[in-house]
Design a protein around this ligand. Structure first.
Ligand SMILES: [Zn+2]
Length: 176
């Protein structure tokens, strides 16, 4: 039994599109096909001149009160870099251009949204700034922020393993 986010057909309104696979659900009445596809999200690893990283404490679910990186779902028309720049501006008030964000890598993640664990693909970007003096967190999204050396990031308090793994990868990359 595959759990489905599609309780009704979005085309004709008939109940219960049937699972054809773990990611495809077909309406028996009209044949309309619904898919579970990964949602792209952009996350920012922002370093200061001392290689300290900007860590945020989340002010909303999922992961309320847990730690993470500035980031969020990429909007229509945005590149990953544009999404990283917008989320960074919205969550921590830093106005950086998309070109300031360099790709680090991608990791899969799951995001509990409206009761369904949607798969996401997290795109990680690194940006460097002199210091964090201009950081202003939006309290609706970010309870507080902190600067951590890469060896002292409390990864066990992260909301998402993908974010913790990205920090590990960045640490490894800077060491090599
Ligand atoms: Zn239908």
């Amino acid at each position: 039994m595959t759990d489905s986010p599609f309780k009704f057909c979005s085309h004709c309104g008939a109940a219960g599109p049937a699972a054809r696979s773990y990611r495809e659900f077909v309406c028996a009445a009209c044949g309309f096909r619904h898919f579970i596809t990964p949602i792209p999200a952009a996350c920012a690893l922002i370093l200061d001149a001392q290689d300290r990283i900007l860590i945020i404490r989340r002010a909303h679910e999922p992961g309320f009160g847990k730690l993470g990186l500035p980031g969020g779902v990429i909007e229509p028309g945005e590149t990953g870099e544009m999404g990283a720049a917008r989320e960074t501006r919205e969550e921590v008030g830093l106005d950086l251009p998309p070109a300031a964000f360099t790709p680090l890598g991608t990791l899969t993640n799951t995001y509990l949204f409206q009761g369904f664990p949607w798969p996401t693909i997290d795109l990680f970007y690194v940006a460097r700034i002199p210091d964090f003096a201009a950081v202003r967190n939006d309290p609706a999204e970010v309870m507080e922020f902190m600067a951590c050396t890469l060896d002292d990031v409390p990864l066990e308090d992260f909301a998402f393993e993908s974010n913790a793994e990205a920090v590990r990868q960045l640490r490894q990359k800077l060491l090599s």
